[in-house]
Structures are given as C-alpha cells and as structure tokens.
Design a protein around this ligand. Sequence first.
Ligand SMILES: [Zn+2]
Length: 139
Amino acid sequence: MISKYLTREQNNVSMVNKNRRWKEICGSIKGIPGHVLHHVDTTLLYNNPERYILWLPEDLKIMTKAEHLSLHHTGLKYSDETKEKMRQKKLGIPKSEEHRRHLSESHKRYWARRRMDEQVRSGRAKLSVLKRQSPINAA
Ligand SMILES: [Zn+2]
C-alpha cells in the first residue's frame, strides 16, 4: 500500500524490505496466502517511518487478512470532524464547498503523482526531471 507518510524513495525501500522479510519467513516474497505482515506498533508509520520501512522481525506479527482488518477497524479513532462528515455522508447530506475543494485538490495531487509514476515506470521520463517540472510537489 502506498502511504502518504512515506516519500516515494522510502516506499520503494519499504517494499523491498517487506518482500525480503516474507522471503525469510516462508521462502516467497509473495508471503503466505491470506496473511499479512502487521506492524505491532501501529503508530510506527507516522512516528518513525525510518524504522517502519525496515520491516524488522521484532516489529512484526503475521496475521490473517481477516484478523488484520478487524484489528485496524476496531477502536479506530476518528476525529469529531471526520465522524461528523461520515454521519453526513450516511444521511446523504452534500459535502461542504470547503470539503469538496479539499477532496478535489487531494485527488489532483494523487493523479498527478500516479501519472508521474507511470511515466517513470514506462521509462518515458526521469523522476528528477518530472519533480522539477511539476507545480504539484509529489513528495
Ligand atoms: Zn497492520
């Protein structure tokens, strides 16, 4: 999963290390079907991304996907603002002008980043060049 807390470089390192860890565990970088590697300290990603991307054995727990989903969705704390937005969505109340603008900007950044990734992957452009050109900082 691409994380907004990691730079593209950190994300790449993270993927490589996760694959390596799975390989150590079960002999395949694909891991064990139906299972995930979960970081026990769920704050690590944003509190200590440098450590998160290492996928250290002592930080990890193998869980089934079902266990993992329920773990991350139980006791999940939303801000009052987010809860209010979820309540409004449920009731079919249209989003505020400000919220729509926020989502729109966020989607633009997301798709700009995706386009850059695609160009780099296909070898049509170099990331360093794209970053210099882009008005949107794709950190
Ligand atoms: Zn997890």
